[in-house]
Design a protein around this ligand. Sequence first.
Ligand SMILES: [Zn+2]
Length: 201
Amino acid sequence: MSSLIQSDDDPSSTSNNSHENHIDSEHFHHDSNNTRSSSSNSSMEKQIQEINQQYQSRIQISTNDLGYALYAQKHFAQGELVMKSRALSISKIRDAHSVQTHWNQHATIDLPARFINHSCQANVGILDNSLGAFDFYAIQPIEPGQELLWDYTASEWEIRSFSQCLCKSVRCRQVLKGFKEDGESVRKWYGKYYADYLKEL
Ligand SMILES: [Zn+2]
């Protein structure tokens, strides 16, 4: 999903704790790797074309120097629904494309939302929906051409791979640790726009 984070972790060394709530480095490199692999990528490219056609007046999947990314094609007012997402599969184990929707519950979501990148200064927030995933809302006015960005800390309880954040925002946390550590900033910055299960706290 997000490629804005660089991890020092060696993915091959994370097998010991693969059942725990952490983000492995693949999570943040997977998409950019896909972007660069050419011939085996035609199915994904076809999917992206279809999604881009479907969402053309609202959102486009594109790429930037860090991999896939979502860009607004219209003005979104603060509080406006940007896109819905749906859980394609749910697992107790985090994987490269999952987002955390409950304690020990990780959903792999559909396109285009799967390609929204992380920022510590997000312009898009999440609310739980009835599709096992999140709806994404503009939490500030968004102009055409702006990248859509959400904050991964708004859904992930614990990020344990010491991932170096590359979001470059003025309030970048540098290292993403998850809601467990940074929940106060999520509440302060995003109000109601974070995962419901974290509101039980
Ligand atoms: Zn950051």
